[in-house]
Design a protein around this ligand. Structure first.
Ligand code: ARG
Length: 564
């Protein structure tokens, strides 16, 4: 039940259809303090339509409101404040959640049409960076969110497994590499080689030329080059898969950059057909003058293709194979220009659907205020971070709940969940300061706090010896103390929809923190298990809270242990 919408419909009737329901709904506010009611309607806009003073209108309209869901109406200046009927609303919401369970909050906006999500997409032979962690976590959450809104998500890991850097890496390996070392510690060793290449290249420009030529051999299918590349790729993917397993992230496709090698000629032909390719400095580019963007480089002077060429081929392939409604690219903010160019080129090619490609940027992960980078060897290895977090979570459990069964599984859910939640609770464009202590705190806006609240709810339900799913009498005379929790429960569907519309999982993260806080306050004030006439109603509320917290966490890709 959406009470904002319901009020908008009431106002629509009272106002004799003078403004439409959507407009009215947009105007309805939630008062800062519940003293001023549950919903408020400011009459300024209406005053313009009706050419009367807003205070007069507020008075007039308020007198005409009559609805069982609204208990009381108060006029304060130009505002009409509405007090909902607590009993009716509470019992309706809780009944709805008990019936729909984890489906509560779902929408059907997409009729099961496809949304491709380009996420994670690390570069092989390099450590999995914080940027890739952010892309993985945000993209994974968006996949669950679009699914909750009635679309079919297709998670694509556009692995960075092609490009000039592999020419450099092969050069470095041929000069200084040691097969045994690579086998023992692939990513670390390959990174060392890559860093050494860049250091040496500063004083030896011939190296750069050699790197370029090895990449050319790779593109021409040279056997030795391909074999080395495949080896680097396999080793890297194995390392990445350990991280995905830890985070419980799955993909529908691993078609990365190399996958498009045999699909790029077609892109070039299409561009030629449309007479979009021009020569500039011996390279082939698409000019984007009207769009006020720099030209998009398609082919280098030696014929080598580029990142953008592969992304053009990928976009065409995805449209043809998935016929997406939306195509999301969860990639750091520093690639904004690239995606603007990509979309502009496709539009020039006449691809109407390019407007449904959306770059979803995000800010940086900072450590002590500075970017966490991988280039210079100053690496924070993500797997180490995750394992450290799990270790700390385990210590917490040993301290607080040493008798817990399956400690290891719970420590993993809490440790990994903490890292993911820390990322998702901020609006994605904000830079985030990385701090394990902060992430793992049991108080404040953290994953463990929400998980802990969920576990608390489960524990109450266990003590009540109530069979989940069995009928509860959810009637209670007052619903006064429960009201804040109930109102929040009613807002879950809206939070889901907002997070989809803004491609912003933090809407859900913030929402579940609010719900957890309201519930914990309720828990501190009320004896939930006390055996009296309202006990069942209170248990039904607790159950509803557990359903929504668990589902909220699930939408963020985070698990919810029942005990911790
Ligand atoms: N591998 C790239 C990088 O690490 C990200 C790829 C994003 N996806 C895409 N289709 N371009 O910077």
């Amino acid at each position: 039940m959406n009470y904002k919408q319901e009020l908008a419909e009431i106002l629509f009737e009272v106002l004799g259809h003078e403004m439409n329901v959507k407009e009215l709904e947009m105007l309805i506010e939630k008062p800062k303090s519940q003293v001023h009611g549950d919903l408020a309607f400011p009459c300024f806009t209406l005053a313009k339509v009706k050419r009367k003073s807003p205070t007069v209108i507020a008075q007039e309209v308020s007198e005409k409101i009559e609805s069982p869901t609204i208990e009381k109406v108060e006029v304060v200046g130009a505002y009409i404040n509405f007090f909902l009927n607590k009993r009716m609303v509470s019992e309706a919401i809780i009944a709805e959640i008990m019936e729909q369970k984890e489906h509560y909050g779902a929408h059907n906006l997409g009729d099961n049409r496809n949304v491709t999500i380009d996420l994670s997409s690390p570069n092989i032979a390099k450590p999995f960076s914080m940027g890739h962690l952010r892309s993985t976590v945000i993209g994974n959450a968006l996949a669950f969110i679009v699914e909750k809104c009635g679309y079919k998500p297709i998670r694509i890991n556009h692995i960075g497994d092609w490009g000039t850097q592999f020419g450099k890496l092969i050069t470095a390996y041929k000069l200084w590499g040691d097969a045994e070392k690579v086998r023992q510690n692939p990513i670390k060793e390959l990174l060392t080689l890559y860093v050494k290449f860049h250091e040496e290249a500063e004083s030896d420009p011939a190296l750069v030329e050699q790197g370029r030529s090895w990449f050319k051999s790779l593109e021409d299918g040279d056997e030795e080059a391909i074999a080395l590349w495949e080896w680097f790729r396999d080793e890297s993917l194995q390392e990445f898969s350990r991280i995905y397993e830890l985070m419980n992230v799955q993909f529908d496709s691993f078609a990365g950059e190399a996958f498009y090698n045999d699909k790029m000629d077609r892109v070039v032909e299409l561009l030629e057909d449309k007479q979009l390719l021009v020569e500039s400095d011996q390279a082939q580019v698409v000019e984007l003058l009207e769009e006020e963007l720099p030209p998009c480089l398609i082919k280098k002077s030696d014929g080598a293709t580029l990142y953008a060429t592969r992304d053009l081929a990928a976009a065409l392939y995805r449209k043809e194979n998935y016929d997406f409604d939306l195509s999301l690219y969860v990639v750091g903010n520093e690639q904004s220009l690239h995606f603007k160019q990509l979309i502009a080129v496709l539009e020039k090619m006449g691809c109407q659907w390019a407007k449904n490609m959306i770059h979803i940027p995000f800010g940086m992960m900072l450590k002590d205020g500075k970017k966490m980078s991988t280039r210079k060897g100053k690496v924070v290895l993500l797997e180490e971070v995750l394992n450290e977090s799990i270790e700390m979570a385990k210590n917490n459990i040993e301290e607080k709940n040493p008798n817990l069964t399956n400690k290891d599984a719970v420590a993993k859910q809490v440790g990994v969940g903490a890292v993911m939640f820390h990322d998702l609770k901020n609006f994605r464009m904000n830079d985030i300061e990385f701090s394990l202590e902060e992430m793992l705190r049991f108080e404040g806006e953290t994953g463990p706090y929400v998980q802990y609240t969920y576990a608390r709810g489960c524990s109450i339900l266990r003590k009540a010896t109530w069979q989940t799913g069995s009928d509860l009498k959810i009637s209670s005379p007052s619903w006064e103390k429960e009201w804040k929790v109930v109102i929040l429960l009613s807002e879950f569907p809206n939070a889901v929809k907002r997070s989809f519309e803004q491609f912003d999982p933090s809407q859900i993260a913030k929402y579940i923190v609010d719900l957890a806080q309201a519930f914990n306050k309720y828990y501190a004030e009320v004896k939930i298990l006390e055996e009296n006439a309202e006990q069942q109603a209170r248990l039904a509320l607790v159950y509803s809270v557990t359903v929504v917290l668990k589902e909220g966490l699930r939408l963020l890709g985070i698990e919810a242990p029942e005990e911790m």
